[in-house]
Design a protein. Sequence first.
Lengths: 588, 182
Amino acid sequence: MSKLYSGAEIVFKCLEDQDVEFIFGYPGGAVLPIYDELKNHSSIKHILVRHEQGAGHAAEGYARSSGKPGVVLVTSGPGATNVVTALTDAYMDSVPLVCISGQVPTHLIGTDAFQECDTTGITRPCTKHNWLVKDIKELSKTLHEAFRVATTGRPGPVLVDIPKDIQFAKIKYTKPKKEKKSNGKLHSNFSQEEINELVDLIARAKKPVVYTGGGVINSGPEASESLREFVRMIGFPITSTLQGLGAFPGDDSQFIGMLGMHGTYEANNAMHDCDLLINIGARFDDRITGKIDEFSPKSKKVHIDIDPSSINKIIKVDLAIVGDVNEVLKAAVKTISQKKNGFKNSNKQNVSKWWEKIEKWREKDSLGFINSKKSIKPQHAVQRLYELTKNQDTFITTEVGQHQMWAAQHYKFNKPNRWMTSGGLGTMGYGLPAAVGVQIAHPDKLVIDIAGEASVLMTMQEMSTAVQYNLPIKIFVLNNQYMGMVRQWQELLHEKNYSESYSEALPDFVKLAEAYGCKGIKADNPDELDVKINEMLEHNGPVIFDCRVDPNENCFPMIPSGKPHNQMILGPNDKDDNKITGKGKALV
Amino acid sequence: MSNPKSAYNIPTKKSKSGTHIIVVWVDNEAGVLARVVGLFSGRGYNIESLAVAEIDATKNISRITIVTTGTPQVIDQIKLQLKKLVPVHKVADFKREDKKVIFKEMALLKVVGNRSKIDKCLKACKTFNPVILDKTKKSVVIQITALRREIDKMNKKLKSNGLVSTSRTGAIAMTRGSEIFK
């Protein structure tokens, strides 16, 4: 007879079989048997966070920078509810997470026991799937299924709720079976006809644009290689969503910058005027499309996505290819190179006029700003940070707000998985714990959280985690003392009534850093910026960098709410004739 | 363009909304109905009626029949979103006007009154396969099977003849002929 294992042991056996190296968690009453078992499994390292939300974001940072699923372990009740924000964030941005939560013993479920909550009920809308394991026989099967669901198709978070008595119960362990039928949830069965149609559209296009998203990153590093080959082959301009940055080199001449609400003038105008739009792994998010009725009115639209429900959800497309981005791009590249009609060369001629137009738009220099000798402009700070770190393999995380957009605009990414930001949910407080997770996955690389002072205070406690594990993350705070994006919207929409968007009592970030046992640096003068940034980079340990920037700077260019792509506000002097009016005011 | 849902959509013209019957085959496991219903409420789709029961005890399969209204784009989304749920096996969608599909709803009607009122009610129900399930001197419980709007009509009509209580199922559907939905 084979050996009997407890539920807690089975949890670890499953994690070992899934090649899990790190779990991010926080102990509590209902997961104690699992924590007790931790000491017997040396291949798995537990990272103790300071708040369960931090565990979730750290696991997201780990997953997005490594391509492996992030694993979270939390207790019942508040442990589970605290992780809900991170699960929702992962769901919106398609990040594979496996969250294991403790639950009160099965006989107490439904009795309002201490630290009981309906975890599967609460997390049902913010996970791809979740399970409450009420029978020890189901445990190993469920855990392996959880990893499969989280990582296949469009990735996302899952949760497995394990009551305490199940963690103690004993049973034989069964190894995971080799990929069985996937219940129709895998979608990569596109046809050669669809690829031919795509190639045909490409051959006929005169004003094309390629618009890529996070799906390219999620498809793996190979997909980025395929994308580069594809785009260079066809010679089209390429733009990217916030999540897709890095899939195509940011400093390449074919790259016309990020698109959308704070995208470049050339990218948004190209989207508006194009005759062929190829969406690769993006979802026509409302930050991208602007006003739907006037979105890219003259174009044929192609949508390549692994999730069939993304197709025609917002924008009706002419050609939908449901499949893994890498597979589709490889097939397209193959078909194009096989074609003997020589369009490989002639097509670039077709689009040369279009490139001339794009170069005209580029001349507007829409990311430009008026620099200052007296105060540090936040854009300038990000540019300096980029210049001083571009020679190493740098990983950037961000919080949410103006600093996030400035980072996206002025920091140029050349590789996938180097840019971790909360796009869909827009979670302030994401960046610091995410940086913790990224540094765990890449201990020898430079990891910087470009932060805002309001956001970073939401999860500041995770500095303690960084210090505990000696993770040399750099928290680069663009401190303007405002919730900058809130202030910007109040300026544009609410007659400069800055209701509650100014932070009256900010901490001294240098002292705060010292209190956590790490290094604090402050810069408030453009002259000292480079020296101070280098000081931060040279310090071997976590740093909080308090970069005091011009508090009144706004993030431009901007598509005002309710406006189409070709009606952007380009800078502070432009906004008078482009006011947000009427129904646009009610939009977010 | 039809009327997609987006924060940036300022509705200009609405495309036509139609009534559809969505049939979903699911694993009969804890919480599966909550997943399906939660999807509808969470994404703002509406449910006119809902009928659910296990149809295959050995394979643990339940069949959920949902009547909903929406534009073609919304109906497409409903189907695609349902297919993404892990316990969902297949999803079928029929238009209410579809002649190839039978839709039926059952109702139990309790009528209290004298002989002549009860007789009037029974007469009115004649075309809807009435079955008398219980009868006393001053009351009757009638079972009818009909379309939703017919039951609506009966419900109104019989009020004056002593109808005191109505209980009805949601619609269920089945294709005509030998074909089955795969």
